[in-house]
Design a protein around this ligand. Structure first.
Ligand code: NAD
Ligand code: UDP
Length: 309
């Protein structure tokens, strides 16, 4: 039985990952400070004998005896990470230093939840791991983008200096159960607006694109990546791409909603075209997302229906 640490366990991805790892017969230690995460997300395994929860802020050091570390703690939705940008930057940078120090002292493998945001407003399409990105270091997204980029730098330096086994997963837009209803991301906003018959809020002209991955596919990729000898960086996501206009229409159709679209200003530095090249993930870890967008979204709509009742 492996002992696995998940930071950010009460969040959307962390809670889905914890469930999968416990179901697979591991012991999971989960830490979180509930900055954006919810105790409710832990409810299906909180009392499991193979789960231990510790309330802790990853900006401060921590010590656990573990074999693997998934470092997920960080607000991920633009409104949440921009609310307190200095906190976000500290969480990324001090958070990864503390995780790397633990990996160094215990010999644990480490997987960092990095992001497609390291590519910024990409000039390469689709985005592959060789691309260095186009990030505005002074803009409102920089606290997140540059925090994650700095974390990648630290991982590579710890690997080179101390020969530890730390991996970089660049996660693209993921959706599914346990997303927070007020999270502010496009999938949760559009589904909740459609279910409530409210206006669908499109930022900008809606021609920007995103590619959406169902959470169970992402979790599969994270676990496969942790098992492999490869350190990355590695894109994980689903190349299923939509313009935001088409995504709004699709959600309206899928929910049978009478909502209308309204257009609001585009936030600064919002990337224009985002689609992962996942050929490296296919080659190195056999990653192959299985859920169609329709199947993944129908499950997500069912989840939000229960919350909206
Ligand atoms: P989330 O906001 O739902 O979860 C983040 C969790 O981290 C929350 O439970 C929050 O309370 C916790 N947290 C924040 N700051 C903390 C701190 N200082 N100490 C301890 N816990 C802290 O976000 P998510 O979508 O589950 O994202 C998880 C990770 O995956 C993040 O690192 C994010 O950057 C990365 N990621 C997510 C996506 C996506 O589409 N969901 C895309 C790219 C990268
Ligand atoms: N977006 C939108 N309406 C919303 C929320 C988001 O049009 O209510 C747009 C946002 O401007 C971006 C895309 O949808 O172009 C994805 O936004 P999200 O916050 O989900 O993630 P991002 O990929 O930008 O981090």
């Amino acid at each position: 039985m492996k002992r696995i640490l998940i930071t950010g366990v009460a969040g959307f991805i962390g809670s889905n990952l914890a469930k999968k790892l416990i179901d697979d017969g591991n012991f999971v230690v989960g830490i979180d400070n509930f900055y954006t995460g919810k105790k409710q997300n832990l409810s299906s395994f909180l009392n499991d004998k193979n789960f231990q929860f510790v309330e802790h802020n990853v900006i401060e050091p921590y010590q656990f005896d573990v074999d693997e570390i998934y470092n997920l703690a960080c607000p991920a939705s633009p409104p949440h990470y921009q609310k307190d940008p200095i906190y976000t930057f500290k969480t990324s940078v001090f958070g990864i230093i503390n995780a790397l120090e633990l990996a160094k002292s215990t010999g644990a493998k480490l997987l960092q939840a990095s992001t497609s945001e390291v590519y910024g407003d990409a000039k390469v399409y689709p985005q592959d791991e060789k691309y260095f990105g186009n990030v505005n270091p002074n803009g409102i997204r920089a606290c997140y983008d540059e925090g994650k980029r700095a974390a990648e730098t630290l991982i590579c330096d710890y690997n080179r200096l101390y020969g530890i086994n730390a991996k970089i997963a660049r996660i693209f837009n993921t959706y599914g159960e346990n997303m927070d209803i007020k999270d502010g991301r496009v999938v949760s906003n559009f589904i909740v607006q459609a279910l409530n018959g409210c206006d669908i809020t499109i930022y900008g002209d809606g021609t920007q694109t995103r590619s959406f991955c169902y959470v169970q596919d992402l979790i599969e990729g994270l676990v496969l990546f942790m098992k492999s000898d490869f350190c990355g960086p590695l894109n994980l996501g689903n190349p299923c791409e939509f313009t935001i206009n088409d995504f709004a229409k699709y959600i309206i159709e899928l929910t049978g909603s009478s909502s209308k679209c309204v257009y609001l200003p585009l936030p600064q530095d919002d990337p224009c075209k985002r689609k992962p090249d996942i050929s490296l993930a296919k080659e190195k870890i056999g990653f192959n997302p299985k859920y169609s967008i329709q199947d993944g979204l129908l499950k997500t709509v069912e989840y939000f229906k229960k919350l909206c009742l």
